[in-house]
Design a protein around this ligand. Structure first.
Ligand code: CAA
Ligand code: NDP
Length: 291
């Protein structure tokens, strides 16, 4: 099936990155969010990230302009009705995602493929609430989307072969690499990455190390590009906690118990970079550890 017009629901850090790479690859993009402010912020972020790619010689100025022109925004979910492919990238909460799909369905063409960029939630369960479980898939991009090579493709129990092949081809056109994961909590990347991040928070909680020593240890001792707490702030602590809860509930194993300190940061509204405070405080010139 040919994909031309791509709808992106949720213009946060993942939504804007997804719109960026699709527009750059020549797709027309229609991005929606519940707030106009988020849409404007997303457009500004895309422009800034494209400028960075132009400055580093990765993207030609004309291609940047063409990509920006391919992105349109709307506050009306119904406007996405004509899209060939929809990528839901809203907040990691199952009720939010279900409501979006329920609101979308009456407006869709019968052929539209529905996908979710969820980090952890059951694709089969999300699909079962739609009118097209065979044309529904997990389409999991990594953050930052313009930089990271991987896209996890997750089949729900009912996903058909044509949908799978169409998305595989889309990943190829984006110049990225697809990996295939079965539909279990956290799929592959977050089944492995998030317990490590959670363990880093326990290490902090138990006083084994402070924020700086934990991050430095993993950067210099294990060659990770970011320390686990810096990475948690980058992903968003609300998203990290949601993923841990899905692992904990979905796999029913206490080894996935979210660290109470992670919960406390989220309760404080200290969600990481997106709110300027998390394990680091980003309000000054340089990030300052909060513990
Ligand atoms: C939670 C989930 O469900 C799944 C996930 O996504 S888990 C998170 C996965 N992501 C990670 O683990 C990221 C780990 N961190 C990193 O890889 C690196 O720190 C990083 C790529 C983010 C930044 O790298 P860095 O070397 O510190 O910074 P910087 O030099 O500014 O950037 C590296 C390159 O990326 C580019 N870049 C960084 N962010 C970018 C963005 N948002 N858009 C476009 N380009 C970007 C830079 O321009 C630079 O390009 P060149 O290689 O051409 O010079
Ligand atoms: N952060 C990461 O590293 C990664 C995240 N993901 C997944 O991507 C998804 C988005 O995460 P991320 O971009 O980080 O989150 P953000 O919090 O940055 O963005 C979420 C966006 O969705 C918007 N939103 C909330 N409800 C709705 C709705 N009903 N309709 C439309 N938009 C809505 C929010 O608006 P408002 O701000 O106004 O509430 C916000 O702009 C999640 O499922 C997450 O698990 C996947 C890979 C990596």
């Amino acid at each position: 099936m040919e994909i031309r017009l791509v709808g992106v629901v949720g213009a946060g850090q993942m939504g804007n990155g997804i719109a960026h790479v699709f527009a750059l690859a020549g797709y027309d993009v229609l991005m929606t969010d519940i707030s106009e402010e988020s849409l404007q912020k997303a457009l500004a972020t895309i422009e800034k990230n494209l400028d960075r790619q132009v400055a580093r010689g990765k993207v030609l100025p004309a291609d940047k302009r063409a990509a920006m022109e391919r992105i349109r925004t709307t506050l009306k979910l119904a406007d996405l009705g004509q899209c060939d492919l929809i990528i839901e990238a809203a907040t990691e909460r199952e009720t939010v995602k279900q409501a979006i799909f329920e609101d979308l369905i009456p407006h869709l063409k019968p052929t539209t493929i529905l996908t979710s960029n969820t980090s952890s939630i059951s694709i089969t369960r999300l699909a079962s609430r739609t009118d097209r479980p065979e044309r529904f898939m997990g389409f999991h991009f990594m953050n930052p989307v313009p930089v990271m090579q991987l896209v996890e493709l997750i089949r729900g129990i009912a996903t058909d072969q044509e949908t799978w092949e169409t998305l595989h081809e889309v990943v190829r056109k984006l110049g990225k690499t697809a990996s295939s994961s079965e539909d279990f909590p956290g799929f592959i990347v977050n089944r492995i990455l998030m317990p490590m991040i959670n363990e880093a928070v326990y290490t902090l909680y138990e006083g084994v190390g402070n924020v700086k020593s934990i991050d430095e240890s993993m950067k210099l001792g294990a060659n990770h590009p970011m320390g686990p707490l810096e990475l948690a702030d980058f992903i968003g602590l609300d998203t990290c906690l949601s993923i841990m809860n899905v692992l904990h509930e979905g796999l029913a194993d206490t080894k996935y118990r979210p660290c109470p300190l992670l919960t406390k940061y989220v309760e404080a509204g200290w969600l990481g970079r997106k709110t300027q405070r998390g394990f680091y405080d980003y309000r000054g010139e340089v990030p300052v550890p909060t513990r």
